[in-house]
Design a protein around this ligand. Structure first.
Ligand SMILES: [Zn+2]
Length: 310
């Protein structure tokens, strides 16, 4: 009797041990299938794995095909990292001399490709955040329906037009500058597709495409067609001297408060495709302008990260 119960207990214990053993083996097998295990095996740290784990399975699978690369972790840590560009970042980093921060900015705005290639339609549903640059183009029929005339009290020449929002923001800015004894004058504003076409083609026929591209936007690619871009001057200034005037310095410190940004800053030509223009301002609204001002980025970068969705 006693002996039999020992046998039964023995069998039960044996079965339990077997089950536990099998469960343990299954657990190990399953763990070996996890990304954590695979990344640790590639020599990534636990800290790295946490960051890698925030990525989609598609990106993780791609990373597993590569050797361990600590640039990948730095890349994920980049402030404006957008996962859909992951492979493009790595490829461009390999082939260029730019650092990772620049690579992220360049790929985000599409400037790892030649300007005027791979162009897309501007998304005109974005209001004051419509992006028009060397990759985003407006139709030849695009004219904002809310364009209004600028009083010649604020401009050089007749027939200057901007959107109503841009005008109101400019007037606020104008008045504030005036209080400080400064005068902001709109020198150029809305330009239709046809006008831009004429300007561009004049340069092109007289001095060739390369020169034309260096100095003017191709038709459909000019921000002036949005009615939200203004070229600002003051009494006695010219494009090449505006920077020396107090009006320019004032704009540097204050334009964003009224929703304007210096659209083509110094040393950002590789992103904007335009040489520095101290006179060209773009209305983007106070929120975007403030962010752009405080973080020292271009509108192109802002758009890629905050406005454009996939
Ligand atoms: Zn301009």
């Amino acid at each position: 009797m006693k002996k039999r119960s020992f046998v039964v207990i023995g069998i039960v214990v044996g079965i339990i041990a077997l089950i536990l053993g099998i469960l343990y083996i299954i657990k190990i097998i399953n763990y070996h299938k996890t990304y954590e295990y695979k990344f640790l095996k590639l020599d990534y740290t636990k800290e790295d794995v946490k960051k890698l784990d925030t990525l989609s399975t598609e990106t993780k699978d791609y990373i597993l095909t590569l050797e361990k690369n600590k640039d990948i972790i730095s890349l994920i840590d980049e402030k404006y990292f957008i996962e859909k560009h992951f492979k493009e970042y790595l490829d461009y980093y390999k082939e260029s001399d730019y650092d990772l921060t620049d690579v992220v900015a360049i790929v985000n705005v599409g400037a790892n490709k030649e300007f005027y290639t791979d162009t897309k339609k501007s998304d005109i549903s974005k209001g004051e955040l419509i992006l028009t640059n060397k990759f985003y183009t407006l139709d030849n029929t695009y004219n904002s329906d809310q364009m209004i005339n600028v009083s010649n009290q604020y401009s050089y020449g007749e027939n200057q037009m901007v959107t109503e929002q841009t005008y109101n923001a400019f007037l606020n800015m104008f008045n504030k500058a005036k209080e400080e004894g400064l005068t902001l004058i709109i020198n150029s504003s809305f330009r239709s597709f046809e006008e831009q076409e004429e300007i561009y083609n004049d340069y092109k026929s007289s001095r060739g495409e390369e020169y034309a591209d260096s100095i003017a936007a191709r038709p459909g690619h000019s921000e002036h067609q949005t009615g939200m871009a203004i070229d600002i001057q003051t009494y006695g200034s010219r494009a090449d001297t505006f920077e020396e005037f107090d009006e320019f310095k004032w704009l540097q410190e204050n334009a964003y408060k009224y929703g304007f940004i210096l659209r083509y800053p110094k040393d950002k030509e590789y992103l904007t495709g335009y040489d520095y223009e101290s006179w060209h301002y773009r209305y983007v609204g106070v929120d975007a302008a403030t962010y752009i001002h405080e973080n020292n980025i271009t509108f192109d970068e802002y758009y890629a990260y905050f406005v454009e969705k996939d």
